[in-house]
Design a protein around this ligand. Structure first.
Ligand SMILES: Cc1cc2nc3c(=O)[nH]c(=O)nc-3n(C[C@H](O)[C@H](O)[C@H](O)COP(=O)(O)OP(=O)(O)OC[C@H]3O[C@@H](n4cnc5c(N)ncnc54)[C@H](O)[C@@H]3O)c2cc1C
Length: 303
C-alpha cells in the first residue's frame, strides 16, 4: 500500500464531514474525504428531505450564538453555490406552558433578544387550522425557523470542496487509524493515507471507528413518516410552518409543511430504540405507525 499525504483527512462525508471538507478546502488545505458508502446513500443520519433549523433552542441558550453563526454561514454557502438550501417557514414550539420545550425556547428567546411571540391555543389553531392544540397548551412562534434540504446541502458541500481541490473517495470506509505526534495514519481497504490532522465525522458509527470508551455514541432507530393529508392545502409550503410538539408522555414529535416528496413529513424526535446502525430494521412496521398516530391523531386530525 502506498501512503499518500494530505493536510487533513476527513472520515465520513455526511452532514458534519461534508461541511468540514468544504470549509477546510476553502482555506487552501489539501483535504481528503473518505466515505464508507456511495454518494447520496441513505444509510447515515443526513437524508430524508428536510431538517428543522431554529434559533430559540430549548435545549440551552448557549446554542443561540452558534445558531446565529450557522444562519450566516448557510447564507454564505447559498451565495457561493447558487443553490437554495434553507427555507424559512417560521416555527412553532408547542406544549404545556411549563413544558421543557416551551420554557426552554422562551428562555433562549428572551436571553438573546430573539424575535418571538407567545400564542394561545385558540390563536394557534386559528392561524394554522391543521393544528389542534388543547386549551391548556401554548405555542412559541419563532419567525426565523425553517428547514434545510440535507441531501442538497451535503451534495453542495462536496461539490464546492472538490472545486477547491479536495478529493472525495466513496465506498471506502476507514478501517483503522493510528496517531502519533503530528501525524495521523488512516487505513482503508484501498490504501493508507497520512496527514497532520484528521476529522472523524462517522455519525452513528463513530464508536466503531474511535472506540466505545472514547465516544460512547449509540445509534437510535427513528422512523420517519410522509402522511397523506385529507386537506393538503392546510400543509402547503408558505402557509404551514415547521413545528415541535411536546406531549404529556414527555416525548416530542415534529413536522414540516409539504415540501416536495409525496406526503407531509412527521416523526417522533426520539424513540429510545437503540440499535446497531448496520443491522437495523429500516422498514416501518405497524407498531411504529401506531405509536406515531397516537401522538398526532387528535393534534393533526388532517393527517
Ligand atoms: C431521523 C433524524 C431526524 C433529524 N432531524 C433533525 C432536524 O430536524 N434538525 C437538525 O438540526 N438535526 C436533525 N437530525 C440530526 C442530524 O441529521 C445529525 O446531527 C447529522 O446528520 C449528524 O451528522 P454526522 O456527520 O455526525 O453524521 P451523518 O450525517 O450520519 O454522517 C456520517 C457519515 O459517516 C459515514 N461513515 C460511517 N462510518 C464510516 C467509516 N468507517 N468510514 C468512512 N465513513 C463512514 C456514514 O456513511 C455517513 O455518511 C436528525 C437526525 C435523524 C436521524
Amino acid at each position: 500500500m502506498n501512503a499518500t499525504e494530505y493536510d487533513v483527512i476527513v472520515a465520513g462525508l455526511g452532514a458534519m464531514g461534508s461541511s468540514s471538507l468544504y470549509r477546510l478546502s476553502q482555506r487552501g488545505l489539501r483535504v481528503l474525504g473518505l466515505e464508507a458508502f456511495s454518494a447520496g446513500h441513505r444509510l447515515g443520519s443526513w437524508h430524508g428531505e428536510s431538517r428543522v433549523i431554529r434559533m430559540a433552542y430549548y435545549e440551552h441558550p448557549d446554542y443561540v450564538p452558534l445558531l446565529r453563526r450557522a444562519y450566516e454561514l448557510w447564507a454564505e454557502v447559498e451565495r457561493e453555490s447558487g443553490e437554495r438550501l434553507l427555507t424559512i417557514t417560521g416555527g412553532l414550539m408547542i406544549g404545556a406552558p411549563d413544558s421543557e420545550l416551551v420554557v426552554g425556547s422562551l428562555t433562549s428567546a428572551r436571553q438573546h433578544g430573539l424575535d418571538h411571540e407567545m400564542l394561545t391555543a385558540a390563536e394557534t389553531n386559528r392561524r394554522y387550522p391543521a393544528l389542534q392544540l388543547q386549551e391548556s397548551e401554548v405555542a412559541l412562534w419563532e419567525p426565523r425557523a425553517g428547514f434545510l434540504r440535507p441531501e442538497r446541502c451535503v451534495e453542495t458541500f462536496v461539490r464546492l470542496a472538490q472545486t477547491a481541490g479536495a478529493e472525495a473517495r466513496y465506498d471506502e470506509p476507514v478501517r483503522s487509524w493510528q496517531a502519533s505526534p503530528g501525524r495521523v495514519e488512516v487505513t482503508t481497504d484501498v490504501g493508507c493515507y497520512t496527514a497532520p490532522l484528521a476529522v472523524f465525522a462517522c455519525g452513528a458509527r463513530i464508536a466503531r471507528v474511535l472506540g466505545e470508551d472514547a465516544v460512547p455514541v449509540r445509534a437510535e432507530r427513528i422512523p420517519l413518516f410522509w402522511m397523506q393529508p385529507s386537506q393538503p392545502d392546510l400543509f402547503a409550503l408558505g402557509r404551514f410552518p415547521v413545528y415541535l410538539w411536546e406531549i404529556p408522555d414527555g416525548g416530542h414529535f415534529y413536522g414540516f409543511p409539504h415540501v416536495e416528496w409525496p406526503g407531509v413529513k412527521v416523526a417522533r424526535h426520539h424513540t429510545g430504540d437503540f440499535c446497531d446502525a448496520d443491522d437495523v430494521d429500516r422498514s416501518v412496521n405497524e407498531a411504529d405507525e401506531r405509536r406515531l398516530r397516537s401522538a398526532i391523531a387528535e393534534r393533526l386530525p388532517a393527517l
